[in-house]
Design a protein around this ligand. Structure first.
Ligand code: NAD
Ligand code: MG
Length: 391
């Protein structure tokens, strides 16, 4: 195995830390060539000292200046520092990089992911918002450059594993009858509608099974995460939305399933730890150790399944509506959700308002823009939707 050089976008986040842990476990196989963060100077400094990457980028300019000063004081000159948005693209497109881990949260990750895709890298995709917003354009860009997309969102990685090692993303698996995305149901699975609508940020970010960043944790609580994942699965596996179902599975042991035409259903199981799907994608088509604990079959008493309740959690229906009404709707759905989740986390709106505004946003914005024909159009629609909420 030759050493694979990795560009890790979103290195200081939850996906970033799991990836760093795997790189540290396998120094002969992987090297952290470059890493990016938004504003976490301390986190970036720590990883520079541990991994000595050739390049890093801070997206936030003030944070970049602070990091620059600290690196100077430490006499740390081996690492080249980029500051600002353009730096992210430079990192992702660098000719020495073999593999880009897309771990930035939100549509903020789309432009650098696009840069990786267009330069034909292997892209380990966690940043589902990028694919949700760019949809068919993303698929086309990957086809043209030959970039290999390896999903690390756990559900999509599970499906990818079930489809077998000959499967390549963006092609319809003809032998498949349907995809079954599992969902934990989030922290409010058993709550009444009234209680859900009044939930606080502290309650919403307390996921029962996974430790994740704040935005995806709120998305899990609204089930918007599963809604985005439905759109993500539609593009990754070229499957129509009607052939993708969501099953609530509170234990998060089965990470998703594929039902084939002959009636066989294959599932991928494991402890809820993102290092498993990331390790799978990093080593693909081989396998490496991840240090993830084994499932304890003497303690696992039951695996439960439920049908999603669209009345208390309408997000899945929003996603189906968005897919049915065309590419603009998914961008609007995502932008409205990002705006509302940020507001909710700041204490500026109720949990229930996220559902109301996302539904409203789908109707308000979707017919307003022409179908995007390139990355700039996608970003312009996102910017306009955000501008609506800025005042
Ligand atoms: P996080 O909040 O823990 O980390 C986000 C990372 O992105 C940080 O390094 C941050 O510095 C960087 N970042 C934030 N805003 C940025 C911006 N505007 N520009 C550039 N960089 C920015 O998030 P996370 O939980 O690691 O999630 C990252 C992505 O992975 C999301 O798209 C999420 O949906 C997906 N994902 C996460 C998990 C998980 O277990 N955490 C599982 C599946 C998918
Ligand atoms: Mg997931």
């Amino acid at each position: 195995m030759t050493v694979k050089r990795i560009c890790l976008l979103g290195a200081t986040g939850s996906i970033g830390k799991s990836t760093l842990d795997l790189i540290a476990q396998h120094p002969g196989h992987f090297e952290l060539f470059s890493a990016s963060a938004n504003s976490d100077v301390e986190g970036m400094l720590k990883l520079i000292q541990e991994f000595q990457p050739a390049q890093v980028c801070m997206r936030d300019e003030a944070a970049g200046e602070r990091l620059s000063e600290q690196l100077r004081q430490l006499g740390q000159t081996k690492t080249e520092l980029f500051i600002g948005r353009q730096g992210l693209n430079a990192l992702a497109a660098h000719p020495s990089v073999d593999m880009v881990v897309a771990g930035i949260v939100g549509i903020a990750g789309l432009v650098p992911v696009w840069s990786a895709v267009s330069t034909g890298k292997s892209v380990l995709l966690a940043n589902k918002e990028a694919l949700v917003c760019a949809g068919e354009l993303f698929v086309e860009a990957a086809r043209q450059s030959g970039a290999r997309i390896l999903p690390i969102d756990s559900e999509h990685n599970a499906i990818f594993q079930c489809l077998g090692s000959a499967y390549r993303c963006f092609t319809r698996p003809e032998s498949v009858r349907r995809l079954l995305l599992t969902a934990s149901g989030g922290p409010f699975r058993e709550w009444s509608l009234d209680a859900i609508r009044a939930a606080t940020p502290e309650q919403a970010v307390k996921h029962p099974n996974w430790v994740m960043g704040p935005k995806i944790s709120v998305d899990s609580a609204t089930m918007m995460n599963k809604a985005l994942e439905l759109i993500e699965a539609h593009w990754l596996f070229a499957m129509p939305a009607e052939e993708i179902e969501v099953v609530i599975h509170p234990q998060s042991i089965i990470h998703s399933m594929v039902e084939f035409k002959d009636g066989s259903t294959l599932a991928q199981l494991g402890a809820p730890d993102m290092r498993t799907p990331i390790a799978h994608a990093m080593a693909w088509p081989d396998r490496i150790d991840s240090c993830v604990e084994s499932l304890n079959w003497s303690q696992l008493r039951e695996l439960q399944f439920e049908v999603p309740d669209n009345r208390r959690f309408p997000s899945l229906e929003f996603a189906r509506q968005a897919l049915a009404s065309g590419p603009v709707a998914s961008i609007c759905l995502n932008a409205t959700n990002e705006v509302m989740v940020a507001r909710f986390l700041r204490g500026d709106c109720s949990f229930g308002a996220i559902f109301d505004e996302v539904e409203e946003g789908l109707n308000r914005f979707s017919g307003r823009f022409p179908v995007p024909t390139g990355l700039d159009d996608v970003m312009a629609i996102d910017t306009e939707v955000r501008a609506f909420y800025a005042h």
